[in-house]
Design a protein around this ligand. Structure first.
Ligand code: NAD
Ligand code: 0WE
Length: 262
């Protein structure tokens, strides 16, 4: 029997079969969880429906996290399918493309800053609050995805680094607030993975190679490896863990002076 048997999870952030959220969905499904999905827009609807089907799920709901109305509607719709749920997965990040090019000081704009923080950080708190009525009285868990660019400066990550720093603090404040209600809140800091969110990032291949050459495990990680840790963190096996950022990055973050080639 899987360790998520009897648990229901809402997965926000599947866009393709390469999405980290999809690795999480697969792992949670393997452990016996029942799943529901949201999709960002009509363009992604049929794709997410197909992916959901592979985990036996026919609950797919529209949700652009920029919209308060769409966030509210997800949970009123979900209440028609489920009388409650146990796990919220937030796997969403976005900044306008031009924010991720060149030096931070040149690229950052008021609007770029606002969008990055709104979509990548605020949305976690908004979804968490909207989840509460349906998470009442269960051993609930929430999870978000972050990146080491929140604590170390990475060329080109720019305003996303600030947004991820905000997201991690957001996760800790939620953990403190929701602990008394029996809900744990954690983050996974994943190493670089070639997903849609990485497509078109200049030098992304170089970054993957750099990790393969220097990380303690001398390789990159897969969405499924993130998924397995996500499944654990959102299960009762992790009942004593909240407010934590767990790295799933083949150990890259522990290193210093990684610029020298071996
Ligand atoms: P992805 O493109 O598959 O997923 C990003 C998701 O964000 C998509 O499903 C997209 O629809 C969603 N999204 C963007 N704007 C949205 C909006 N306004 N409303 C609703 N959804 C919106 O890429 P991914 O790499 O799986 O990214 C998932 C998370 O993992 C992100 O938070 C990302 O920052 C984080 N992360 C990615 C990597 C990496 O190297 N790929 C590493 C560490 C952390
Ligand atoms: O969080 C991310 C990517 C987030 C992201 C990606 C895009 C591309 C498409 C946010 N917004 C957008 N906007 C778009 O228009 N990662 C952790 C992957 C990533 O992105 C980088 C990285 C890494 C790693 C950007 C520069 C440097 C490193």
């Amino acid at each position: 029997m899987g360790f998520l048997e009897g648990k229901r999870a809402l997965i926000v952030g599947v866009a393709s079969p390469r999405s980290i959220a999809w690795g999480i969905a697969e792992a949670m499904h393997e452990q016996g969880a029942e799943l529901a999905f949201t999709y960002q827009n009509e363009k992604l609807k049929t794709r997410v429906e197909k992916i959901a089907e592979q985990t036996g799920s026919n609950i797919t709901l529209p949700c652009d996290v920029a919209s308060d109305t769409e966030i509210d509607n997800v949970f009123s719709e979900l209440a028609g399918h489920w009388d409650g749920f146990d796990i919220l997965v937030h796997s969403v990040g976005f900044a306008p493309r031009e924010q991720l090019n060149g030096d931070f000081v040149d690229a950052v704009t008021r609007e770029g800053f606002q969008i990055a923080h709104d979509i990548s950080s605020y949305s976690f708190a908004a979804l968490a609050r909207a989840s509460l009525p349906l998470m009442e009285g269960r051993n609930g868990a929430m999870l978000t995805l972050t990146y080491v660019g929140s604590e170390k400066v990475l060329q080109g990550y720019n305003v996303m680094g600030l947004a991820k720093a905000s997201l991690e603090a957001n996760m800790r404040y939620l953990a403190a607030n929701l602990g008394p209600r029996g809900i744990r809140v954690n983050a996974i800091s994943a190493g670089p993975i070639k997903t849609l969110a990485a497509a078109g990032i200049s030098d992304f291949r170089k970054m993957l190679h750099h990790v393969e050459e220097t990380a303690p495990m001398r390789r990159t990680i897969t969405p499924k490896e993130v998924g397995n840790v996500a499944a654990f963190l959102c299960s009762d096996l992790a009942s004593g863990v909240t407010g934590e950022t767990t790295f799933v990055d083949s150990g890259y973050n522990i290193l210093g002076m990684t610029g020298l080639s071996s």
